[in-house]
Design a protein around this ligand. Structure first.
Ligand SMILES: [Fe+2]
Length: 234
């Protein structure tokens, strides 16, 4: 869901082509582009509100992410195969991008950890609402004032109950958990370093913060992907 920059990027590898599943090739692109467009609009609205709330120009983050490698990434979990209690679908982690947005999944299972309590929270997204989570790029840019949120997706009792209910209510539907998550990124060529006023505020409120240093977003992404071994070493 990205926009091509008017300059030559240092990170062409991040401009990977879209994946279109063969079986859905006639309707896929239109469907995901429409949904992705709405999600992008919503998350950019949040990015503007966050900037404004932090006392910055409202376009600070959206300008920094104008040519970001934004990804709409639908993932599917086969609940016939993996519908056992406590099966981990996504282990405890934070996202490497700036903001992540998603709608309600048909099957519950997402847990988040809030900074102010340290307790695991079961996410229940009310109908018609979207959930936005902070990723590492916003943590870095705000010098730790906003921390990337830890989360995990597991098969819980609530997931099991939903499976049992849907087997009766929609016996013709496949038991597949779909999560269509939109990952909003900063521009790969943007230089990532804490905004001084925000870093100072983070220290004042939460004590000494880690030394974030300075790095191009594209290098940060490459480093993160290397750490989680999704990208072959070059
Ligand atoms: Fe995640």
């Amino acid at each position: 869901m990205s926009e091509k920059p008017p300059y030559t990027s240092h990170f062409p590898v991040l401009e990977a082509p879209n994946v279109v599943p063969e079986k859905f090739k006639d309707t896929w692109e239109q469907g995901v582009n429409e949904w992705g467009g709405f999600m992008k609009q919503a998350v950019e609205g949040v990015a503007k509100m966050v900037a404004s709330g932090l006392g910055l120009d409202e376009n600070t983050f959206t300008d920094a992410g104008r040519y970001g490698s934004h990804l709409l990434a639908p993932t599917a979990t086969d609940l016939v195969k993996y519908g056992k209690l406590n099966t981990i679908y996504a282990g405890f982690h934070t996202d490497l991008n700036f903001l992540t947005i998603h709608g309600q999944s048909r099957y519950p299972g997402l847990h988040i950890w809030a900074r102010n309590s340290g307790k695991k929270i079961q996410v229940k997204i009310p109908p018609g609402c979207l959930l936005v989570q902070a990723g590492k790029q916003i943590e870095w840019l705000t010098g730790g004032l906003i921390k990337a949120g830890y989360h995990e997706v597991v098969c819980t009792q609530a997931t099991m109950d939903t499976i049992a209910r849907r087997e009766i209510e929609f016996p013709q539907r496949p038991l597949i958990r779909i999560s269509s998550t939109f990952f909003w990124h900063l521009t790969p060529d943007f230089n990532l370093c804490p905004i001084p006023a925000l870093g100072d505020e983070a220290e004042k409120r939460f004590g000494k913060q880690e030394d974030y240093g300075e790095m191009l977003v594209g290098d940060q992404v490459r480093r993160e992907l290397g750490l989680i071994a999704l990208m072959a070493p070059s």
